[in-house]
Write a protein that binds this ligand. Structure first.
Ligand SMILES: Cc1cc2nc3c(=O)[nH]c(=O)nc-3n(C[C@H](O)[C@H](O)[C@H](O)COP(=O)(O)OP(=O)(O)OC[C@H]3O[C@@H](n4cnc5c(N)ncnc54)[C@H](O)[C@@H]3O)c2cc1C
Length: 504
């Protein structure tokens, strides 16, 4: 059973019509009459929930989207911080890749794409510098990164049996062993420096996979994830929220409610009851699109409890945090003729600096902003930095930039913004990854049974009628963590909601 066939809702033949006269959003309602107020309730107005709702509405379903926060988009969050400048992205930054990427297709059709070229801040390009201020030669950087990318490709093409044979089920072990082997007989480059660049690559991988520790990241992270070729980092012209706003505006009035935190989903004879603020709403089906972090935190209780398989999946899969630090300086102090991207290659600890700083991979120029840099922070540091004051973060960043570039007079930061994805209770982190624990249970993100629907029995108006009540999906799942080969991404989340043959 593939993702497209596993969650079918009954087909509706009528196109969507304005249902304003039928809406009664504020009333308590129950399903005692056997007739639910909504065909489908979608929990969460991130890109997955909005895509599902838009798809179902356009097929004639009466769909209600309930969103806990006061905005749509979830982990897509564009901010217009200063007048007359480009926006900044607190969450998703790029569309990754083009072909077989439904998000790229729809955004291209809607003319939302800024450029089809890679973003300036290409993730593995830039100035690799040590804390002494020394620039590492491109020859050494390219040599080490090429070795590591080859190892990563080998990993992506390996089978589980090959991993077992080399006893390296974690990405950390696989990279470490393979890299050690690869540089064993090489005398052209300083081994200490090669290992320092290796450690930088691990920091980058922790961010790329939103994984606090690569010893817990299963090698399936490389084998399960599929790249949409040609691979490039595609930006939005007017911010990532262009697409979520567009989807939200396609819903009929009254079909989307903000500030509505769902606390409980109870299955009933005729469907499900969804509780928000002591109010019950009923529907034939519920689509749960909240993050894996929200599911792990049990923010929503299920009655009856979710099946064992779902629960062990929720526990075993990983959901880590990455954050962004935006720093607007009094003035630009870098050369604008080439894109600024400073990669931090640490060769040792520096007394007085907080631990989170070693989990920062780079400082990059921000598209359309000539006075702003952005740092990516991952690993355990991504969570730790959330409890620092922004002033403190800004001061540490200035100091680090000064150390690595040798620039003594890095100007004052006039504004520092740190995202806080871990502390946001409605997200609880950034995105999901397969762990060694999930792999040891035989679960990869690409598994076909991942987050299958919770089924119930259709109500029988005539008990004597045959055949007996048919199983039907009552709770369905969508969201980034349910996307078989594109988990962790916005296009995976979009595809999980926008399932043309699946929902209808
Ligand atoms: C810092 C960062 C950078 C990223 N960069 C990229 C990138 O460059 N490219 C890329 O493709 N992806 C990126 N991602 C990942 C991408 O943003 C997500 O995969 C995607 O947006 C997830 O969408 P979703 O709809 O599955 O979940 P969400 O966006 O989390 O939507 C779920 C919604 O459910 C709501 N909710 C939660 N609990 C409840 C409740 N109890 N009741 C009602 N509503 C509830 C939430 O408020 C949220 O709006 C990034 C993510 C982060 C955090």
């Amino acid at each position: 059973m593939d993702q497209e066939s596993r969650c079918c809702l009954p087909v509706k033949e009528q196109p969507a019509e304005s249902k304003e006269e039928e809406e009664d959003d504020d009333d308590d309602n129950d399903s005692s009459c056997g007739c639910n107020a909504w065909d489908v309730i979608v929990v969460g107005a991130g890109i997955a929930g909005l895509a599902a709702a838009e798809r179902l509405c356009s097929r004639g379903f009466r769909v209600l989207v309930l969103e806990a926060q006061q905005r749509v988009g979830g982990r897509i969050w564009t901010q217009w911080t200063d007048k007359n400048t480009s926006p900044i992205e607190f969450g998703a930054q790029w569309i990754h890749g083009q072909e077989n990427n439904p998000l790229f297709d729809v955004c291209t059709k809607l003319d939302m794409i800024a450029s089809e070229e890679s973003d300036e801040a290409d993730e593995l390009k830039g100035e690799f510098r040590m804390q002494s201020g020394s620039l590492i030669s491109n020859t050494t950087v390219d040599h080490v990164l090429n070795l590591l990318l080859t190892i990563r490709d080998e990993c992506a093409n390996s089978t589980p049996a090959q991993f077992d044979a080399c006893n390296a089920s974690s990405v950390d072990a696989f990279l470490r062993e393979s890299f050690s082997e690869a540089i064993r007989c090489q005398n052209d480059h300083d081994p200490g420096l090669m290992w320092a660049i290796f450690e930088w690559f691990l920091t980058f991988e922790k961010i790329d996979n939103a994984c606090p520790d690569l010893r817990h990241l299963s090698t399936r992270a490389y084998t399960d994830w599929k790249i949409c070729e040609p691979y490039s980092l595609v930006s939005f012209r007017n911010g990532y929220n262009s697409i979520t706003d567009w989807l939200a505006h396609r819903l009929p009035p009254g079909f989307l409610m903000l500030n509505q935190m769902v606390t409980r989903i109870k299955l009933t004879e005729s469907g499900a009851t969804v509780c928000i603020n002591d109010k019950n709403l009923t529907a034939d089906h519920v689509i749960v699109t909240v993050s894996l972090g929200v599911l792990k935190a049990n923010l929503i209780s299920f009655d009856p409890e979710l099946p064992e398989q779902h629960q062990s999946l929720i526990q075993a899969l990983g959901f880590g945090t990455i954050n962004k630090i935006f720093i607007r300086f009094e003035r630009r102090f870098w050369d604008a003729s080439s894109p600024f991207s400073l990669k931090l290659v640490w060769t040792g600890r520096v007394p007085g600096l907080p631990d989170w700083v070693y989990d920062v991979s780079s400082f990059d120029a921000v598209r359309g902003r000539d006075d702003m840099l952005m740092a990516w922070v991952g690993g355990h540091g991504a969570v730790a930095v959330e409890s620092e004051s922004e002033k403190q973060v800004g001061e540490v960043c200035r100091k680090v930039i000064s150390m690595f570039t040798g620039i003594q007079d890095v100007p004052e930061a006039v504004r520092v913004i740190c995202t806080k994805w871990s502390s946001n209770q409605f997200v609880g982190g950034s995105y999901s990854h397969p762990t060694t624990a999930s792999a040891s249970l035989g679960i990869g993100m690409s598994e076909e049974h991942l987050f299958s629907p919770v089924v119930g029995r259709s109500p029988q108006s005539d008990p004597s009628s045959m055949p007996a009540r048919q199983p039907r999906p009552l709770i369905l799942f969508a969201g980034e963590h349910t996307a078989r080969h594109f988990y962790s991404s916005a296009h995976g989340a979009f595809a999980s909601g926008n399932q043309p043959r699946s929902w209808t």
